[in-house]
Write a protein that binds this ligand. Structure first.
Ligand code: PLP
Length: 538
């Protein structure tokens, strides 16, 4: 349950520190932990939701009605449908009807618009993982029926992953914990010298930026005024530098832009580089293929996390060229990756084993495999169409609100997955996100989304403003509000969210908040606050 008093206290502290200027020491120097506002809204267990209900599209009652609904009315079906579809999948999302408590003491199911951060587990994924524990044994090391079964399943998911991304025999797949883990493992293996040059872009999540910049020379292609990657800049930088790897995201977690990674692959290969694609935000949203229209357009490496595809068991995968992986060495050493160790010599297995030292994360792999099955069954055409419809409705609705700034292109949105970020001129985004959660039961994310350079660009912040965040805690750092959709979100949820926005904006007015909640009475302090802080959406 949420801790409203703690939140109010945090906001009060924030406003007081705002009044005094930002002086808190940063707890971590470079890490964005900016989802504080919605952390308390985590999905809870499903034990109350296991009564059968016919397979039907869920309709959301209004807020007050929701407080009244009984357990029976919000139950979910137990049985598998004939086919999982975009229209019935909401019935199979664990916790989707679980009530959360609002600050007025009423309860309602959360409207979860924070799917770019992580997705809830699907019931069939949860069931598949639970079932496999019955036949769980040591992977690749044991002599038993259970060990054989687990090993076989563990390895068969590799083929499923390879097939999922259209990879041919030139590729293999090794498992990782998440995208960050996979990118760091790749960077550790592929970078051979501090003088190696990696070309990244200003659209990247820190996982696909810091992993490289901490290991070798990293240069960045710019984004245009709408926030799209400038392909000509990529080509220019490839021409002017001896680039070894291009590291680029397939879809942005800030604007949702889908990059044409096959076009970038062609450029990279033309100039002798290889391409690494951060697939964290693409694989649950659009059909992705390692293979382009021509061999030059093929992707060399892809990394993604299973927790963003409805399997939050800590799984993930790196898909990459076998030959290249076999030429390099892993970040971690240990059991399972060698054929022989002598007193003073050791012989390593080829990829994928070489990159999977230690006992593996079996639930992560089982869940990943089942999540792939379900996503494929629903079909990416349906998923893409559904997301586009939600995006259009949301963006059109937000545009009607006064003083809104929506980041990125709001006209041509076909190249955007379901991610929309925005701010209001007179509103503090931290307060608004908190109110959306506390008063409205809507989970958003607020902050710079671990993509600081991109977010500062989109917000048009000055260097001086950016520098001022160096010693700030997250809540005193500029940010946006992000809505990100999953396959189970509905148009009714978007309508409900839009309908509550005028009240939420009013409640989040920074001056009102400073006066009424924090009790600042000094007009001068309030004016300083507005001028210095609200304009950059602290
Ligand atoms: C584009 C992108 N890349 C990488 C990551 C890191 O993913 P993970 O936290 O699963 O390692 C994220 C997470 O939000 C992301 O959005």
């Amino acid at each position: 349950m949420k801790k409203k008093y703690i939140t109010i206290a945090l906001l009060a502290t924030m406003c007081l520190s705002i009044a005094a200027g930002c002086s808190q020491p940063a707890e971590q120097t470079v890490t964005d932990t900016s989802n504080t506002a919605s952390q308390s809204n985590a999905q809870t267990d499903t034990s109350k939701n296991d009564k059968s209900k016919p397979d039907e599209k869920s309709t959301e009652p209004s807020k007050n009605e929701i407080s009244e609904v009984s357990e029976t009315e919000i139950s979910q079906p137990e049985t598998e449908p004939e086919k999982y579809t975009i229209d019935n999948i909401r019935n199979y999302v664990v916790g989707v009807n679980e009530p959360v408590e609002l600050s007025d003491g009423t309860t309602r199911p959360l409207i979860n618009f924070d799917n770019a951060a992580t997705t809830p587990v699907l019931k069939p994924v949860q069931q598949a993982v639970d079932k496999e524990f019955e036949m769980y044994g040591s992977i690749g090391r044991g002599f038993s029926q259970k060990s054989n079964h687990s090993t076989e399943l563990y390895n068969s998911v590799r083929d499923k992953v390879l097939n999922f991304v259209g990879a041919d025999d030139n590729y293999t797949c090794f498992y990782v914990n998440n995208t960050t883990d996979g990118l760091n493992k790749l960077a550790s293996a592929l970078v051979e010298s501090e003088d190696d040059i990696v070309l990244s872009t200003r659209i990247e999540h820190h996982a696909n930026d810091l992993s490289w910049r901490e290991r070798c020379k990293t240069i960045y292609a710019e984004v245009d005024e709408n926030g799209r990657v400038i392909y000509d800049d990529i080509e220019k930088m490839l021409k002017e530098n001896d680039v070894k790897y291009v590291a680029i995201t397939a879809a942005s977690n800030v604007t949702g832009y889908v990059t044409d990674v096959h076009r970038v692959a062609k450029l990279a290969h033309q100039y002798g580089a290889k391409i690494i694609v951060d697939g964290a935000q693409i694989v649950a949203h659009r059909k992705f293929s390692m293979i382009g229209d021509t061999p030059e357009e093929n992707i060399d490496f892809l990394v993604f996390s299973a927790h963003k595809m409805y399997s939050p068991y800590g799984g993930g995968a790196v898909i990459g060229l076998k030959d290249v992986l076999n030429e390099h060495m892993p970040e971690f050493y240990g059991g399972g990756i060698v054929t022989l160790v002598k007193d003073d010599e050791q012989y390593y297995k080829d990829a994928p084993s070489r990159y999977e030292a230690g006992s593996p994360n079996y639930p992560g792999v089982v869940g990943l495999g089942k999540a792939i099955d379900i996503l494929q069954e629903i079909g990416f055409d349906a998923i893409e169409e559904h997301e586009k419809r939600l995006n259009r409705k949301l963006i059109d609705g937000l545009k009607q609100l006064d003083d809104i700034v929506i980041y990125g292109d709001t006209e041509n949105i076909d190249d955007r997955v379901g991610v929309v970020t925005f701010n209001f001129d007179h509103t503090n985004s931290y307060i608004l996100a908190t109110n959306l959660s506390e008063l409205g039961g809507v989970a958003t994310r607020r902050g710079a989304f671990c993509a600081h350079p991109y977010v500062w660009r989109m917000m048009n912040l000055t260097q001086e403003e950016i520098d001022s965040f160096a010693n700030c805690t997250d809540m005193n750092t500029a940010g946006m509000i992000r809505i990100s959709f999953g396959i189970y979100n509905t148009e009714e949820e978007v309508d409900e969210f839009l309908a509550m926005m005028p009240q939420m904006i009013q409640e989040s007015d920074a001056v009102k908040f400073a006066r009424e909640k924090v009790g600042i009475t000094d007009e001068k302090v309030i004016q300083d606050y507005i001028q210095e802080r609200v304009k950059i959406k602290y």
